[in-house]
Design a protein around this ligand. Structure first.
Ligand code: HEM
Length: 150
């Protein structure tokens, strides 16, 4: 049973119902519907072969930025584990189920980054990189190939 208030301690405590309502508000903002969820889920198999490369690029980028890199304290072992964690996170993004439990897991992940002192700007940059990675892997590259740009 998911606690209603989480994380359990400290200033990051938030009400899960409120967090979920905010999530739904943002879905409405971008015109998200059940059909959107189905369309995303339909891309999962197509995108799966690209996830390792996309996440690998993210981690290469992290290592180029000392202010981001400094929160990685466990060396290559931790990097390998973070790569797997992020791939799993992406699989859930593409999973088609965006219920309260999904949002709770996202919230906890976000909060974990706050706890380890990662500046939020690096999350934003990573989100952008992931989004582009997913789009490029299925849309732009094939089109470039068709148009003879690649
Ligand atoms: C879209 C951006 C990102 C996503 C979706 C993401 C996802 C995750 C997830 C799912 C976890 C596991 C959280 C947990 O155990 O509760 C995690 C942990 C972690 N992330 Fe990220 N991450 C992102 C960006 C970054 C960036 C830019 C860094 C910079 C170095 C980073 C460093 C870490 C570290 C060090 C941990 C391990 C914390 C621990 O030891 O518990 N993450 N991340």
């Amino acid at each position: 049973m998911m606690p209603r208030e989480f994380p359990p301690m400290g200033q990051g405590a938030a009400n899960l119902d409120e967090v979920y309502r905010r999530f739904q508000e943002l879905q409405a903002w971008v015109g998200w519907t059940e059909a959107s969820a189905r369309r995303v889920a339909a891309t999962a198999t197509l995108l799966e072969p690209h996830l390792h490369a996309i996440v690998g690029e993210v981690h290469d980028e992290i290592l180029r930025h000392p202010n981001a890199r400094k929160v990685i304290t466990g060396g290559q072992t931790q990097i390998n584990s973070l790569i797997e964690t992020l791939i799993q996170w992406l699989r859930e993004v593409l999973g088609g189920c965006y219920d309260q439990e999904y949002v709770a897991r996202r919230w906890r992940t976000g909060w974990r980054h706050v706890e380890i002192g990662l500046e939020q700007v690096y999350i934003n940059a990573t989100m952008s990189q992931l989004r582009l990675g997913l789009i490029w892997s299925r849309c732009i590259r094939p089109r470039h190939a068709v148009w003879g740009w690649a």
